[in-house]
Design a protein around this ligand. Structure first.
Ligand SMILES: [Zn+2]
Length: 207
């Protein structure tokens, strides 16, 4: 039986995806989120967009957030957040790759993340296994094996080998979770009892 060191990794993607837009001044270019909303209230109907800018000429493109919505159906707090360019709301939409993909053909995604690590409980001194609980602030394209390899400072092939020996397990929906983008709520357990560099991996996991 393994004794677990439990650690929560709170993962924050750093760079918002950039849609490729056909700029009428400089051809197809990546556009960058400006962090600003444009809200158009036409009588009772409200439209809202998140504004993107061409990285070269500053031309704008609008990412549709609300379309012809009845004012009655919109939470006053949401309208207030849109009108005041609430940074958290802008981030939430800027990282919504699924919605963005619904409006744009091609998107550039960035795997860069910041990971805040917090030990859960004291954990046994002689822990021989790791339990990592992953939470994501917004979606990311970063693959789980790349995240683990980078943060634990071990190779992806070694992670693969650990998984094949069933020493590494992932609680997540579906198979091949290691090769898929990190999902929030994922729990990774790694039995390190037979790994000679166990201590270094444990330290990296919590650092
Ligand atoms: Zn341009």
């Amino acid at each position: 039986m393994s004794s677990y060191l439990r650690i929560r990794w709170a993962i924050t993607p750093k760079i918002a995806p950039r849609p490729f837009i056909n700029c009428n001044r400089c051809g197809t270019k990546p556009y960058q989120c400006s962090g600003k909303f444009r809200v158009n209230a036409n009588g009772k109907r409200i439209d809202a967009w998140l504004v993107y800018r061409c990285i070269d000429c500053d031309n704008s493109w609008n990412f549709g957030i609300l379309e012809r919505c009845n004012r009655r159906d919109i939470e006053p707090a949401l309208l207030q957040a849109l009108e005041s360019n609430d940074a958290a709301l802008a981030r939430q939409h800027a990282f919504d790759v699924v919605a963005l993909r619904g409006q744009v053909g091609r998107i550039e995604e960035f795997p860069d993340v910041a990971v805040h690590k917090q030990r859960l409980g004291d954990g046994p001194k002689a822990a021989t296994a790791l339990e990592l609980r992953l939470t994501l602030e917004t979606m990311t394209s970063l693959r789980l094996d790349r995240l683990l390899a980078g943060e634990l400072d071990i190779s992806r092939s070694r992670l693969q080998a650990l998984e094949e020996r069933r020493l590494l397990t992932v609680d997540s929906d579906g198979a091949k979770a290691l090769r898929k983008p990190v999902r929030t709520g994922t729990v990774v357990r790694i039995d390190l009892s037979s790994e000679p560099d166990r201590q270094a991996i444990m330290t990296a996991a919590g650092r």
